[in-house]
Design a protein around this ligand. Sequence first.
Ligand SMILES: C[S@@+](CC[C@H](N)C(=O)[O-])C[C@H]1O[C@@H](n2cnc3c(N)ncnc32)[C@H](O)[C@@H]1O
Length: 206
Amino acid sequence: MKQDLIDTMPPVAVSRETEARLEAFLALLLRWNARINLVASSDPAVLRQRHIADSLQLLPLLPEGEGPMADLGSGGGFPGLVLASAVTRPVHLVESDRRKSAFLQAAAAELGLSHVKVHAERIEAVSLPPIAVLTARALAPLEKMLPWAERLLAPEGVALFPKGRNAEAELAAAQPGWTMAVQRFKSMTDPDATILKLSGLRRAGA
Ligand SMILES: C[S@@+](CC[C@H](N)C(=O)[O-])C[C@H]1O[C@@H](n2cnc3c(N)ncnc32)[C@H](O)[C@@H]1O
């Protein structure tokens, strides 16, 4: 496994249009969160920092171009729907929980994000076009996600996985059986977190 040193994330600026979409998204999230459990906190300041800013920091790491993106286990829309508010490429959100996927569908419609497609099904079964950039936050250990990533990514595709303090342990556990290049980026929103950028993911010996 090729490993690169940690890079520091650049600050993320978004357009006024995206900011307005994110404010509308926040209002919708708070409304739905009163009925279904989408996020633990209902404090707008916490949601802006811990969820919206945390998701937006992936923006500068997206590969160039308009190749499709997929976010696995999107939950309340993090990071997938937040990123979709700032990009024009097709975005697939995969979320098997029916109530959460209904929220994602309603949010995409209300924000006018016609490039978003919500898949209310399990990652293991979902059928997607070859994916240029795959994201997943707080979903599963790397060991479990790599086979999903391998199945869904285009040959030149990259995966962006925000990870907590166990990032290195997860990498070590997942390493046997895979070749890939790994870049690490320090999270701007959580001093203990690292964003892993994986490319060239292949089964060892394949
Ligand atoms: C802990 S939540 C994280 C949600 C969001 N990514 C975030 O960071 O706030 C994990 C989400 O993944 C979904 N999920 C877990 N396993 C899944 C699977 N195999 N297929 C589809 N969705 C799955 C769950 O329903 C849940 O909404």
